[in-house]
Design a protein around this ligand. Sequence first.
Ligand code: URA
Length: 211
Amino acid sequence: MRVHVVDHPLVAHKLTVLRKRETPSMIFRQLTEELVMLLGYEATRDVAVEPVTIETPVTTTTGTRLARPRPLVVPILRAGLGMLEGMVKMAPSAEVGFLGMARNEETLDIVTYAERLPADLTGRHVFLLDPMLATGGTLVEAIRFLYERGAARVTCLCLLAAPEGIARLEESLGDMEVDLYLAALDERLNERSYIVPGLGDAGDRLYGLAE
Ligand code: URA
């Protein structure tokens, strides 16, 4: 797995405001969108493109467009939804699919409770969105799911990760290749599996339940 921490003053500044306890949901959502645009810019640097012939007012020329099949953006519900707008602003011609995953609190297995994706992902470059890479359980299952459907490549965008989550991905992914883009790599998980220093529960902060 290749881990890319996007080291940029604007990312660091926005992330600092995002982390603050008193930042309200409206600002939290806006900053998440802006951070995803900055991460998305880096994460799409080597996305496949193809030449396209266009007419300018002056002449015919060859430009560039995202190659077919189009990239697929997949937020993991619920908190990944908060990252969708920023990513589709960066790549407006990408297709969007959805994955809902949650832990079964009895078995501790990750279950897929919702899925809206093309049946065949052969040849697709998938951008998986999940703000918090904590234990890594959900992301491992989501990546497996996408490769089993035939995805050619998976790039994950997370706002924050804990070293424990990265280690879990590295142990579990075998020869599945993954690029991981982060705004920051934090210190550790606490006893409730929250990222420290972190930003709290990303879903609650996005959707107002923490206020
Ligand atoms: N999920 C969150 O929303 N926050 C954490 O710190 C860990 C997992």
